[in-house]
Design a protein around this ligand. Structure first.
Ligand code: IFM
Length: 455
């Protein structure tokens, strides 16, 4: 039963996991019939290196990586499947070797006693679908439905935990508004179209999985960015509300049956940025298809200063990565904001279950002369965040899982290998893996069966 510490102790109900995504670790970008994705094209066209061609070469090192994963003591592993590995052109013939790779992955996890959590979409749209308009086109919902059906029919006998879409804000706004992520477009209304169709696709996929997979548990992973006014001034409070609508409510509200927030609809409409034909009859009930859990990806919070025009800023003002209290992404470390946001999710949107689907920190520690990676700052970050979970459960909030981002030091999108989030260090020139001290720490913390053994 969620909501009690007893439920966590001595049971495997609580998902203690780590996460990855296909493009960030697999490599093998053209192997065994895989099609091109928008991330392959985006980084290649711009000459941005390193790219995902090899990444962590996970595709060719699967069994060793699974052994490594098992040695961390996790009981759950969240990974994404590359749409273009399964359906090279996005909708046509199934690529049997692509499915076979994920068969080996799923079977290898189950053989090691690790529960697979599949994420169907972690930003790597097949390039062929982008050339037909991609997410900004409404037909993208049908494309995603077909891909979901293939995956649910094939893996439903072994996989019960499904995440439809990862962080639709990020892929829509950084990819279609800011142009800094694939596919590199720059138009606000196009970003809204992408986001709306991803939310629709989530609702349709949820229904498909539930029908195809007996006992399925389906959710979405939403990135949250708690916003805090920089001062008590009314301008900062209003700007904070606007930022929260832009970044958080625009996604949480429709998924949990509240429709799009009217203040944001009015604002986007008044500024000519809301496409008139965006939301059709029935869309909101499709998006609000009930989920079994709400996935929350949390890294940092943002202070909103109206005069700095941060209301629709992407990631928040980047702090000094070298400064205390920040990770190397420049993100402020704020575990209390996670606690407050989870309470808010429980009160305001009331999902049956909450899973922290991503949480972690980038610090670039390297192996020392003793061959170990002493990443004390990451341990401290994880400890501060994980320790909140007992408290939340004692309050009756059903937090049922926690996934560290990430298993391996992977390709951090346009930042390449410069940002290291892994519990396992990867030397990208040799592909040698070294479990960091944080990996051993996490293994020991899981073994206690409590989020806060001292609590
Ligand atoms: O690496 C990313 C991941 O792909 C999505 N969530 C945030 C992580 C860190 O930036």
């Amino acid at each position: 039963m969620p909501g009690t510490i007893e439920a966590m102790e001595g049971t495997t109900d609580f998902a203690w996991g780590v996460g990855t995504s296909a493009y960030q670790i697999e490599g093998a970008w053209q192997s065994d019939g895989k099609g091109e994705s928008i991330w392959d094209r985006f980084l290649h066209d711009r000459g941005i290196r390193p790219d995902g061609d090899v990444a962590c070469d996970h595709y060719n090192r699967l069994d060793d990586d699974l052994d490594l994963l098992a040695s961390l003591g996790v009981n759950a592993y969240r990974f994404s499947t590359a749409w273009a590995r399964v359906l090279p052109d996005g909708i046509g013939d199934v690529n049997t070797p692509g499915l076979a790779f994920y068969d080996r992955l799923v079977d290898g996890l189950l053989a090691r006693g690790i529960t697979p959590w599949i994420t169907l979409y972690h930003w790597d749209l097949p390039q062929a679908l982008h050339e037909q308009g991609g997410w900004p086109e409404r037909v993208s919902v049908d494309w995603f439905a077909r891909y979901t059906q293939v995956m649910a029919d094939h893996f439903g006998d072994r996989v019960k935990n499904w995440i439809t879409i990862n962080e639709p804000w990020v892929s829509s706004f950084l990819g279609y508004r800011d142009g800094i992520f694939a596919p590199g477009e720059q138009d606000f209304a196009t970003a809204l179209r992408s986001a709306h169709h991803q939310l629709l696709a989530h609702g349709v996929a949820t229904r498909i999985i539930r029908e195809a997979v007996p006992g399925a548990r389906v959710g979405i992973a939403l990135d949250c960015r708690p916003a805090i006014p920089a001062s008590p001034a009314i301008e900062d409070i209003e700007a904070t509300k606007h930022f929260d609508g832009f970044r958080n409510r625009w996604f949480f509200d429709p998924v949990f049956g509240k429709g799009y927030p009217t203040d944001m609809l009015d604002g986007y409409s008044a500024t000519g940025r809301l496409p008139a034909d965006l939301v059709l009859a029935g869309d909101l009930s499709t998006i609000a298809e009930p989920v079994d859990f709400c996935g929350i990806n949390y890294y940092t919070s943002i202070r909103i200063d109206a005069s700095a025009k941060e209301q629709e800023f992407s990631e928040g003002p980047v702090g000094n990565p070298a400064a205390p209290g920040h990770t190397e992404m420049g993100w402020r470390i704020d575990p209390d904001a996670l606690t407050a946001f989870v309470r808010r999710v429980h009160d305001e949107w009331q999902p049956a279950s909450i899973v922290i689907t991503e949480n972690g920190a980038s610090f670039s520690d390297e192996p020392g002369i003793d061959g170990r990676v002493h990443d004390m700052a990451r341990i401290e970050y994880l400890d501060q965040h994980i320790s909140q979970i007992d408290q939340l459960r004692e309050e009756g909030i059903p937090v049922d899982g926690y996934f560290v981002w990430s298993f391996l030091d992977n390709l951090e999108w346009v930042s390449g290998f410069a940002q290291r989030f892994g519990l396992v260090h990867v030397d990208h020139s040799t592909q040698v893996r070294t479990i960091k001290d944080s990996g051993y720490w996490y293994r020991d913390r899981i073994a206690t069966g409590r989020a806060n053994p001292a609590g």
